[in-house]
Structure formats: structure tokens, C-alpha cells
Design a protein around this ligand. Sequence first.
Ligand code: S3P
Length: 166
Amino acid sequence: MKNIILCGFMGCGKSTIGRRLSKKTGAEFVDMDKYIEEKAGLTVAEIFEQFGEEGFRKMEREACRELAEKSGLIIAAGGGTLTFRENVDVLGSTGRIVFINVSYEQLCERLKRDTRRPLLQVENRNERIRELLTERLPMYNRAASIVVDGNFNSAVVTDFILGIVK
Ligand code: S3P
């Protein structure tokens, strides 16, 4: 089986849906943020603190290259991973990239209590979400060969994806 790579903004449900897909298909699930954290022995927030976003992106690039060596995985990418052409090329060559598209309003609601994502620890969080989403939407669409409406609960979105990739 080829890999299935889940892509989309922070809070779109990549990890939850990835875990559900893994249960339903028996394929191994890899959460890229967790993979990076385990390798570094630090949380994503600590990596940003100690090495800056640049340092994190470097580790993320490395993680893409390592995971691309494997097959049969369900991979939840980070929200920024597939905004970089290099990562899209590396991961995209190993399987199908699925963009889980969630509306701005839903994302603001889902992310309003977040304390662990460094990019969202700013005064005007919704404004930040709007800026990043505007910049990234075209990139997600370009990266993915499948786009699903993610404004439903994770069980429904999982079934949408299964229906397409089967
Ligand atoms: C990021 C998203 C995060 C994590 C890091 C940067 C981003 O992953 O990789 O905080 O640039 O959107 P999630 O999308 O899993 O929250």
C-alpha cells in the first residue's frame, strides 16, 4: 500500500482522522509532530523556543525524508509541512496527499483554547489564523490530489477519505 498523507491547517483533524483511518485499515499511523518530538527529545514548543521556527522546519524536512523511505503508512503532516515544495515532492512521491479543508470559522472555534501551538500564541489569534490560512490555502490545494470537506465530525471525514482511497 502507498502512503496516505493528511494535510491541512492546525486543528483540521489530521491526527484524529489519521488514527481512525489507521484503525479501519490496519495501516500504521505516524503523527509527524510526535515523530519529530520523539527524535529531538523536546516538544514542538521547546524546539521553537530553542531553535526557532527555522530549526523546526529543518527537523520537519528531515522527518519527511525519513518517512518517505517507508510505505503503507498513514501520515498526519504538520500544518506547515506541505507548504514547502520540497516536502510535497518528497512525500507526494510515496502516496496520496489528502487535504482536509476546514472553514476559517470552524478553525477559530476549534483552536480557541490551544496552548501548545507556538504559531498561535499571539494576542489576536483569529487574525493570525486568517493570515496563515489565506497564505496556505492555495498551497494545500496544490499539494493535494484529494480534497475533502473537513467541516464534519472526524468519523464522517474518515469515511469520506476511505471511500475515495479504497
Ligand atoms: C505548524 C503546525 C503544527 C506543528 C507546528 C507548526 C504550522 O502541527 O507542526 O506547531 O506551521 O501550521 P499541527 O497542524 O499538527 O498542529
